[in-house]
Write a protein that binds this ligand. Structure first.
Ligand code: FES
Ligand code: FE2
Length: 344
């Protein structure tokens, strides 16, 4: 899925120092010029192939760390220190440059082969979350496939097992979970509500005067972003909201750089950010430990695994991947009426 905008880094992490970003074994170098605009170039010097990201920036140009060739922000080399001024610089002495946008605290990079104007637009995230909730940022490298990690973030029912020690034991079970998936060209969304969470002795129950309701909404934004919106409350009495926005950057098939933003509407005190970051990190690790053990890291065909009604969002995700990567489409059901193998 090349012809998409990839959420690849937090905006605050790109400065006037070059930074390497890797997407599916391809290296990119990003930096800010003196106008604060982000420049993105191929991170490979055309001379001997050194990583420009180890070089330095001067007057908005990047210098290769090996022999000091100097490249403009459009990628063209304009100075070769071992040649006297006036010696022409070949046109081929250039690196590819890429369009970049900034939105929602992320940098979005386009490295496809279509004009960027023809590719899907950046997602529109829920306004209430972006404008009123307090974010904390976290990141880490996971030894798992990016699509498999996304799948876990689009999975309503894994919480009862994967997260059983943190909060999953409060989710009611032995009830068929089924829901409607709203599918659109470059993503999908679904909601599941639980009328009452278990554990009558919890502090939260005392606070709310009864068992709370849990509302969950999971969204997919191709190619690499998921959002979980979680709301815990009781009538209008209380409304604790979390938003977990995750960008999954595939470094290679089995390694993913995960960038997470945890939004909250409670206790927006900066000195509590460390606590919430740790909590988010713990939950993410609970997923990764299991996802890293999946039999197949690459996403199998729908018919190669078993599915239950609760997997509908995940199946939509697989169809969309297939539709946009155009692989083996004869064997892969991409129209909405195709039924996956379903158990129960
Ligand atoms: S490798 Fe970049 S200048 Fe030689
Ligand atoms: Fe999870």
């Amino acid at each position: 899925m090349k012809n998409f905008w990839y959420a690849c880094e937090f905006s605050f992490a790109i400065t006037n120092k070059p930074k390497q970003i890797m997407i599916l074994n391809q290296r990119f170098v990003l930096y800010r010029n003196s106008q604060e605009k982000i420049i993105a170039l191929k991170d490979q010097c055309p001379h001997r192939g050194a990583a420009l990201s180890l070089g330095w920036i001067q007057n908005d140009c990047i210098h290769c760390p090996y022999h000091g060739w100097k490249f403009r922000s459009d990628g063209q080399c304009i100075e070769i220190p071992s040649n006297a001024p006036g010696i022409p610089i070949p046109k081929k002495a250039s690196v590819d440059s890429y369009p970049v946008q900034e939105k929602y605290g992320f940098v979005w990079l386009f490295y496809g082969d279509l004009p960027a104007t023809q590719c899907p637009p950046l997602p529109t995230l829920p306004e209430y979350m972006i404008s009123t909730m307090h974010p904390v940022y976290d990141e880490g490298i996971d030894n798992a496939n990016y699509a498999r990690l996304m799948e876990a973030n689009l999975d309503f029912t894994h919480v009862i097992a994967v997260h059983r020690k943190s909060f999953g034991q409060r989710i009611p079970r032995n009830k068929t979970i089924s829901y409607k998936v709203e599918e659109y060209d470059w993503g999908a969304v679904a909601k599941v509500n639980y009328e009452s969470l278990g554990n009558s002795k919890s502090f939260l129950n005392l606070l709310l005067g009864g068992r709370p309701e849990l509302k969950t909404r999971l969204s997919l934004y191709l190619p690499n972003v998921t959002l979980a919106e979680i709301s815990i409350g009781r009538g209008n009495r209380f409304d604790i909201k979390f938003g977990i926005l995750v960008a999954h950057l595939p470094i290679d098939d089995k390694t993913t750089l995960v960038k997470r933003v945890l939004y909250r509407n409670i206790l927006p005190l900066p000195w509590l950010d460390g606590f919430f970051r740790k909590l988010d990190h713990k939950l993410a690790q609970e997923d990764t430990v299991v996802v890293a053990t999946l039999g197949s890291q690459s996403m199998p065909k729908i018919s190669e695994e078993l599915h239950v009604a609760a997997d509908a969002l995940d199946i939509t995700f697989r169809r969309l991947i297939q539709k946009h990567s155009n692989i083996d489409s004869q064997n892969y059901p991409i129209n909405k009426s195709s039924q996956p193998v379903q158990v129960g």
